[in-house]
Design a protein around this ligand. Sequence first.
Ligand SMILES: C[S@@+](CC[C@H](N)C(=O)[O-])C[C@H]1O[C@@H](n2cnc3c(N)ncnc32)[C@H](O)[C@@H]1O
Length: 436
Amino acid sequence: MALEEIVNILNQKIGLNPSSIGISSIERAIHHRISCRNCVNIKEYSQLLLHDSKEVRELIEEVVVPETWFFRNKGPFEAFQQHVKNELLPKGNKRKPIRILSAPCATGEEPYSLAIALVEQNIDPQAFRIDAVDVSKKALELGKDAHYGKNSFRDVKPTIQEKYFTPTERGWLLHDEIKKLVKFKQGNILAGALSPHPGYYDVVFCRNLLIYFDRKNQQLTLEKLYRAMKKGAILFVGHAECSQVSETYFQNSPYAKSFSFIKRDKPAEKRLAPKPVKNIPKENGVAGSQQNNSAAKKVVSKKTVSLKAATNVTKPTDSGTVTDKKQKPVIDSLRPAEKLANEGRYQEAENQCVAFLQLHPDSAHGHYLLGLIKNSLGEQKTAESLLKKAIYLDPNHEQALILSALIAEQKGDVDAMQSFKRRIERVQNRRRQDNL
Ligand SMILES: C[S@@+](CC[C@H](N)C(=O)[O-])C[C@H]1O[C@@H](n2cnc3c(N)ncnc32)[C@H](O)[C@@H]1O
C-alpha cells in the first residue's frame, strides 16, 4: 500500500514513529506534497519518492514538528547554569572550551537560550562553544536569521527579551553578540557521527526528539549520544522522555526537575526486571490515589476509554489483548500475582511478577502488571518504562495504553496523554469491528 510505503520511508530516513504525530498528519503532509508535485494520486507520489531524494527532503520538511521556544522549561536551564559553573568551569582548560550540543535545535531558540544563560552568568564566550543540529533546512534558516515572533517568548522574562533582542518589523531580532555563539549545522541524528570524535561533548540537549521515534531508533540515538559525550557529561531530554533514557548508559543527575542524566563511565549490565522493593507503603492503591484517579478520569475516560480496564486486574477478560489471548496459559500463571495486587499485597505481587518475567521476558501482560504495581508504589518512572515495554511487545495492549494515558495526564503531559488516547480509540475501534 502506498501510504505504508511512504510511512516506511519516513521511518527509515528520520526514525519517525507514525503514531507519535498521528497518521492523519502524515496524510495531510503527503497530500500537500502531491499537489505541489502535480501527482495524480498517492501511488504515483510514492513511486516518485523512490528515486527523488530532493522530494524525500521536502516531505520531511512537511512532517517534522519544529515547535520550540526560548527557555522551554525553567529547570533544565537552571541546572545547565549550575553544572557549567560548578562542575565544568573549575575543571576547564582555556584551550579546550566547554562543548555543548543542541540537537535537534529546530529554529534555534534552544541553543540561543543556552548561550544567553551562560552570558547571563558572566561566563567568557571564549570558554564555550555551542553546536546546533537539525534535519530541517527551513528551521535552520529561520534560526540563522534569528527573527522571532511572540510565541518564541512565552517563557522569557521581558528584561531578558529587551536585553538581547531588538524589535523590528519582522519580530524581535537577536543581537549579534549571541547569534555568533551558535554554530548551526544541518544533520540527521540517525545518520553519521554526531561529533568529530568520540567523547566530544560536555553537555547535550536532546529534547523532544525521542518522543517521535520508535523504540529501535530511540535506542540507536541514545547509543550515539553516549558515544559522542565525554566521560561524566550531562544529557538533557524532554520531560516526557525521561522514561526512555536507557539505564544502561545513563544515571540520574543530581539536579531536580531538570530531566537530565549523567553518562555512565561504562555501560551498566542490563537488568531483566527491576529488583523487588522493600517496605512498601500500605496506603498505596493499585490504581494510585483517589485524587489522581479522579483527575485522570476527567480527561481520559471522557469518551470510550474505560478506567476500570486499566486499574482492576482481577477480571479474566482484562488480559484480552490480541497477543496475549494466544498465550492464555501463560497469562493464567499471572493470576495469583494479579490477585495479590488487588488485595494490596504489592511486595508479594511484585516478587511473583519478577519471577514470571524471568521465565517469560517477552510477555506484554507481565510487563504491564509489574508497571501497574510499580505505579501504585509511587515508582512512576519505572512504571512508565515497564508500560512502554508492554506496548512495544504488544502495541494493542489496551490496559497498558490506558495506564500510560493516566500517568501522562497526572504528569500534565497533555500531548502524550492525547497520543495514548488516540491509540486506545484505534484499538477499541478495531476490536469492535472484529466483534461485528
Ligand atoms: C519539537 S522540535 C525540538 C526542538 C528543541 N529541542 C526543543 O525541545 O524545544 C523537534 C525537531 O526535531 C527535528 N528532527 C526530527 N527528526 C530528526 C532527525 N532524525 N535528526 C535531526 N533532527 C530531527 C525536527 O526537524 C524538529 O525541528
